[in-house]
Ligand binder design. Structure first.
Ligand SMILES: C[S@@+](CC[C@H](N)C(=O)[O-])C[C@H]1O[C@@H](n2cnc3c(N)ncnc32)[C@H](O)[C@@H]1O
Length: 435
């Protein structure tokens, strides 16, 4: 396994550093994460997954061979989220060795790059990877993270723009495809299987966090949790650039109307009002501006013009024109279908609060209270519980303290407090083992 993983991954349950035992990454508290063909699978089995294929990938990673589609085991077909006809097509592409783009990508291309690619799914016409243009702050020497990277098109774009890219996605098959693509293109990109809601990285690890067509699919609670994780792993002064679906866009309205304005289910797109996007980003990350991504749908990229069908081209041209116009007439963003929230993490943090870096310094502020409610929902301890715990800990005999700390550590979300309590546990361990 690439030593980078050992140096940079942390336990998604309790944030602890990990050791490699030859097959798994293991935390001090005994949480175990399988490593599949060199790729760490940092998923939490104790939580509901956002897609069914994630659970299947986890089962396979944990050695359940019965879930494997044996027709092409190296392509992790059962975890790609494609139907039987596409699976059959992938097997043909693998057998025929067409030599162009990776067979899995040729199947995933419409799921990632949008409807403009529907006519190219499974075809051999696409001979180059569709890599979008990415607009990012200049590299500052730190890492770029793409959350929900799938086969890695944004990681490739960021690497070509001079960033050190890391991609994370809970789909085992997508991450394996991403790794094959980066190898084929000769790019050094690190990929991890993991969930946006529990990023397996220490706080302040990334200068830029990017995500496209991922957070828009999560429930509001999961989305807020993912945003807080983004806020946690960003370096102070770092930037998050996250695409979201906007409720007021023309196409968004049409899609919701077709759905009969019923509440979204599972991985359906959630259309957010601009005001609540801005509020959630500011509470979780920091000052946020919302800019246009595209009009008349989600996912239109100018870089795709050459390969899309003629009937889609006028839509893309009009979308691009409006997007450029919105840069000089910002109110046009108010009717964009897809937007980017660009948030900057402040240099100062909200001290003394269980939870991640926040935009407010006052623990009684609505931002802090909202974070606390989320913490409690996700099973983390509240400030009151922590205060009580610390008093009880000080009063308890050393032999009991170790057990108390072991039980409490997974419920501590704040990196600093976690490190402090882990150090305390390490210091009393000898006393504990003598007892
Ligand atoms: C529509 S695709 C977008 C892929 C990629 N961002 C792109 O633009 O090419 C949605 C991605 O979200 C990933 N995803 C689903 N649940 C997730 C979660 N809980 N955390 C992170 N990513 C998730 C899926 O595996 C899938 O790759």
């Amino acid at each position: 396994m690439d030593p980078w993983y050992l140096e940079n991954l942390t336990c998604p349950v309790d944030g602890a550093r990990l050791e490699f035992d030859g097959t798994h990454l293991v935390s001090g508290a005994g949480h175990r994460y399988p490593v599949v063909d060199g790729v760490p699978v940092m998923l939490r089995a104790d939580r509901e997954q956002t897609m069914d294929i994630i659970r299947i990938g986890l089962e396979r990673a944990n050695g359940n061979v019965s879930v494997i589609d044996q027709r092409a085991p190296d392509y992790y077909l059962e975890t790609l989220g494609v139907g039987e006809p596409q699976r059959v097509r992938l097997i043909e592409l693998v057998r025929d060795g067409t030599g162009g783009i990776d067979p899995a990508v040729s199947l995933l291309v419409a799921a990632t790059s949008g409807v403009a690619y529907l006519h190219l799914v499974g075809s051999t016409t696409l001979t180059e990877y569709p890599i979008p243009r990415i607009d990012l702050p200049a590299p500052r020497g730190g890492y770029f993270l793409d959350v929900g990277c799938n086969w890695g098109r944004w990681c490739v774009a960021a690497t070509r723009a001079g960033h050190k890219a890391v991609g994370i996605d809970p789909s085992l098959g997508a991450v394996m495809a991403a790794r094959r693509v980066s190898r084929q293109l000769g790019l050094d990109i690190k990929y991890v299987v993991g969930d946006a809601r529990w990023l397996p990285f220490a706080g302040k690890s990334f200068d830029v966090v990017h995500s496209y067509s991922v957070v828009q699919h999560l429930s509001k609670v999961d989305a807020r949790h993912a945003l807080r994780e983004v806020g946690r792993v960003l370096t102070p002064g770092g930037t998050a650039k996250i695409q979201m679906a906007h409720r007021i866009g023309i196409r968004s309205f049409q899609t919701r109307w077709r759905r009969g304005f019923t509440p979204p289910e599972k991985f359906d797109v959630r259309y957010w009002p601009l005001s609540s996007m801005k509020r959630s980003f500011e509470q979780s990350i920091g000052p946020t501006r919302v800019v246009t991504d595209c009009y008349f749908g989600l996912g239109w990229q100018w870089a795709d013009f050459g390969v899309m069908m003629n009937r889609h081209k006028p839509i893309l041209v009009l979308s691009e024109l409006l997007k450029r116009l919105s840069q000089v007439i910002p109110p046009l963003t108010q009717v964009a279908d897809s937007v980017y929230c660009v948030a900057t993490k402040p240099k100062a943090s909200c001290a003394g609060k269980q939870g991640t870096i926040m935009s407010a310094d006052d623990p009684a502020s609505p931002a802090c209270l909202a974070h606390e409610a989320d913490d409690a929902y996700m099973g983390f301890a509240t400030r009151a519980e922590i205060a009580r715990f610390l008093t009880e800990l000080d009063a308890a005999p050393a032999a009991q303290q170790a057990d108390m700390l072991r039980r409490m550590l997974p419920k501590i979300r704040n990196d600093l407090l976690h490190a402090e309590l882990s150090a305390r546990l390490a210091a009393i361990m000898p006393a504990d083992s003598k007892a």
